[in-house]
Design a protein around this ligand. Structure first.
Ligand SMILES: *Cc1c(COP(=O)(O)O)cnc(C)c1O
Length: 853
């Protein structure tokens, strides 16, 4: 009766075939056996789930092959620790990487189904805020494509980043119930669940063998249950694991309460435990000292390290070889508590001497810094920290004492540097500095673009740079050309492949060969047509979502990213108002028709950013309705920017806005996505903009504004924004319109926090950069008028963007930080899998006693 599970069925090696007919048969099987529906009753979600399972089966075969290979030939494995993974929808990417897009589309067509409609059913796992989480996702794709053994460790948030809608021009947040219809990609691995302690106190004692020991008596504990998702590389058999932890109640702990008859109390405790991984913190760039956030961070790191120790044991390696088996990367300071946790595991639980444990720890960890904003650096108030992690505080004190002693000796005569380096900030209320813990416990500290790495060494981490200059690295971010070009822009991808072959998908430097085609008028025409088609598609979406009708022939001037003062969306709005003012002053003014598109979420508690959204939508309302504008300007704010939406908007941009104040944006990756898709960037000399401009040529990059050094000099001199207002009549007219309430139905107070703040404080120097921004925008207009010339810039922009592939970034991490090498994976066919399984079981499945019974 067990025909489906018998080895005989498994020897049918067509079961996970990539051909059209077996795919169609497998899909129908999943509708029936997995969704338990007759085709006539299956709804859209059933069909999506069935297709996802069909694809997953094909990935599982490779996943198991990868597991077999990694187990039989142990190699150093990257453990990428990140509180955020902003993955985006999986299905389309998995079809691309498996190479079965056409087969599946055709198989669905044969059944009267539209693949695009099924793709649209997938709820996006939005387990991140923005750039940092998206970087982690791009890195996972590149690691698998480069066949590097890697595990991504993170948190399985029940609610990801909130869903944004715009009501009356204002952001409204709704919970993101991405798991509501089930997640077909994840596999729950309850057998690898671990226990995590929290709170309580410590006891110091001497054991029977005379060793000084510390026992952590926790106040509570929770279970961490891993949920694994397969991350498949492009056209390889490597499938790495993304292991996300969910918090559940520990039964043992509730037992006590239960015995006292407090049933509801026990249930309540269960609910409280599960709260730990309930929701992603939606704060961006600004640190908030919330207890639950520290618990989340510790929880996922503690789970992950226990998991790594389990794997080490599987390889029959001692715990002191941890650093040989794992290269642990800290994506920002969120997982930095892992340094103290590994010390605790080694010293307290595995009785490893402190110095050995410290050697292991320091050779395992490396830290990526992501921000120069001082308000974003994580510091935990000492009392809070001690309440949640009493043992870790002791360990941090011990690390600190030893570290500062070392500093004092080698730093003889350097006065208060030790206080500045300390892991404990004692300048105000005492707090644990997570960035300092990360620096002391890591062998390498890297920035994410050259300017950022330089400023990091000179500014936020300058004292560490003074004592350990050799620890510092700069690795410029990148994005995956699979999702951000091959998948999201099939028209351009096809054109590129026709011209230069498809090698660019895994070797983006090959796009250089496109450059000669810029001189071919026929090629430019096809290039233009592909881009126009993308714009026309986006125009339909804009109309559906906002009701705004836009002309695909106009310049699509796009600013999509989190809403933040330092990113300066409001600078773009000042420019729009300036153009509007020109039209109102001279209705016949020559204005190159433009469509300004904005999208991005503001942190729910960040009132200024929310006001910036309202500023954009209010200006849009006035301009879109004004008959005198005659469609020369259109402004739209598109709700709920996320990865799936990005896949439609990056390929449709003509001009990309990267206008942060120089010295504030660590890298930026939106700039790279636009460049790869043929848009031109207008931007400041900030983050990776600088390298992007160097790579693609200054003619293809509209640079403007103060440099980071000039910003520092201007501030040192005493910045007076009102002087710029007084000097520039156009700027004056723009600010006056806002202050008069022209965009707020005559209410002068609504946007006063923007206009008044700019005149008086202007912390991000908008007024200082306004002139130069408007001038650069005039250049973009002039350039856009000559479409042939624009294509001659757009093609080289793509051709020279190879450096910004995350494959290049990951190769650099492998060579300079992780010291890991690719491990090619041979595909086990179904029959061999079955043979392996039989060896492990020791006898054929059919003879197992449970079957006989
Ligand atoms: C790329 C990306 C970002 C980062 O954009 P920046 O312009 O670098 O700030 C944020 N959110 C999403 C959804 C993205 O795809």
């Amino acid at each position: 009766m067990a025909a489906n599970t018998s080895p005989v069925a498994a020897t049918d090696n067509t079961r996970t075939s990539l051909a059209r007919t077996p795919i169609r048969r497998a899909f129908l099987d999943h509708v029936f056996y997995t969704q338990a529906k007759l085709p006539g009753l299956a709804n859209q979600n059933d069909l999506f789930q069935a297709l996802a399972h069909t694809v997953r089966d094909r990935m599982v075969q490779r996943w198991i092959s990868t597991g077999e290979k990694h187990l039989s030939t142990p190699a150093r494995t990257v453990a990428y620790l990140s509180a955020e993974f902003l993955l985006g929808p999986h299905l389309g990417n998995n079809l691309l990487n498996l190479g079965i897009q056409d087969e599946v589309r055709e198989a669905m067509r044969e059944l009267g189904l539209d693949l695009d409609m099924l793709l649209a059913q997938e709820a996006e796992p939005g387990l991140g805020n923005g750039g940092l989480g998206r970087l982690a996702a791009c890195f996972m794709d590149s690691l698998a494509t480069l066949e590097i053994p890697a595990i991504g460790y993170g948190i399985r948030y029940e609610y990801g980043i909130f869903q944004q809608s715009i009501i009356d021009g204002m952001q409204v947040e709704n919970t993101d119930t991405w798991l509501r219809n089930g997640n077909p990609w994840e596999i729950q691995r309850s057998d690898w669940a671990v226990e995590v302690k929290l709170g309580g106190h410590t006891e110091h004692y001497t054991d029977d063998r005379g060793h000084y020991r510390v026992r952590w008596v926790p106040g509570k504990s929770v279970m961490g249950v891993p949920f694994d998702s397969p991350i498949l590389g492009y056209r390889v058999n490597t499938v790495n694991t993304l292991r996300l932890w969910r918090a559940e109640a520990t039964e043992a702990f509730d037992f006590d309460v239960f015995n006292r008859g407090d049933y509801l109390g026990a249930v309540n405790r269960k609910v409280t435990s599960e709260n730990l991984t309930k929701v992603l913190y939606p704060n961006d760039e600004t640190y908030q000292g919330k207890a639950l956030r520290l618990e989340q961070q510790y929880f996922f790191v503690a789970c992950s390290l226990q998991d790594m120790l389990r794997i080490l044991e599987l390889h029959q390696m001692p715990v002191t070889c941890f650093h040989e088996q794992f290269a642990v990367q800290l994506n920002d300071t969120h997982p930095a508590i892992g340094i103290a946790e590994l010390m605790r595991l080694l010293v307290d639980e595995h009785l490893v001497p402190w110095d050995t444990a410290w050697h292991v720890t320091r050779h395992a960890f490396a830290y990526t810094n992501h921000t120069l904003l001082p308000e974003a650096l994580e510091c935990w108030p000492l009392e809070l920290f001690e309440t949640i992690l009493p043992r870790h505080l002791e360990i941090i004190y011990e690390i600190n004492t030893r570290f500062l002693e070392e500093v004092r000796i080698r730093d003889y005569g350097h006065g208060d540097r030790a206080a500045r380096l300390s892991l404990i900030d004692e300048s105000g209320p005492r707090a644990v500095r997570m960035a300092h813990l990360a620096c002391v416990g890591s062998h390498t500290i890297n920035g994410v673009a050259d300017l950022h790495a330089k400023l990091m060494r000179e500014d936020v981490l300058r004292d560490f740079n003074a004592i350990w200059p050799e620890k510092f690295e700069s690795i410029t971010n990148g994005v995956t050309p699979r999702r951000w070009l091959a998948l999201s822009n099939p028209r351009l991808a096809r054109l590129m492949t026709d011209a230069i072959g498809d090698g660019w998908v895994t070797d983006l430097e090959q796009t250089r060969a496109l450059e000669i085609h810029a001189d071919d008028a026929g090629f430019r025409e096809r290039w233009h047509a592909a881009h126009q088609a993308n714009k026309a598609d986006l125009a339909v979406l804009i109309r559906q979502q906002t009701g705004v009708v836009v002309d695909p022939a106009s310049m699509f001037d796009v600013m999509v990213k989190r809403i933040h003062e330092y990113k300066r969306q409001h600078l773009a709005v000042l420019h729009i108002i300036a153009l509007y003012h020109r039209i109102k002053s001279d209705p016949h003014a020559e204005i190159v028709p433009r469509t300004f598109l904005f999208a991005g979420k503001a942190a729910p508690g960040y009132h200024y950013a929310k006001l910036m959204i309202r500023f954009i939508t209010s200006v849009a309302d006035v301009i879109n309705r004004d008959p005198q504008v005659r469609d020369r300007l259109k402004v739209a704010f598109l709700p709920n920017f996320n990865v799936g939406f990005g896949q439609r908007i990056y390929p449709a941009g003509d001009l990309s806005e990267q206008i942060s104040l120089a010295g504030k944006e660590a890298s930026g990756t939106g700039n790279m996505k636009f460049a790869m898709n043929g848009a031109l960037n207008i931007g400041t000399l900030d983050g990776a903009n600088i390298e992007l401009r160097d790579a693609i040529g200054a003619e293809q990059f509209f640079a403007f504004g103060l440099t980071a050094a000039e910003v520092a000099a201007l501030r040192a001199d005493g910045y007076r924004p009102a002087a710029y207002y007084a000097r520039n009549p156009e700027l004056r007219a723009v600010i006056d319109l806002v202050q008069q309430g022209f965009f707020s139905k005559g209410d002068p107070t609504l946007f006063e926090p923007i206009a008044g703040n700019l005149l008086q404080h202007d912390p991000y120097l908008l007024l200082a950069d306004f002139d130069s921004y408007v001038a650069a925008q005039a250049q973009t207009s002039a350039a856009f008028l000559d479409q042939a010339a624009w294509q001659r810039m757009s093609i080289p922009s793509v051709a020279r963007s190879g450096y910004f592939s995350s494959d290049r970034a990951i190769r650099e991490y492998c060579a300079r930080i992780w010291h890991v090498k690719p491990v090619p994976v041979p595909l086990l066919r179904d029959a061999e899998q079955s043979a392996t399984a039989q060896r492990e079981w020791g006898r054929p499945r059919a003879m197992a006693p449970s079957d006989a019974a």
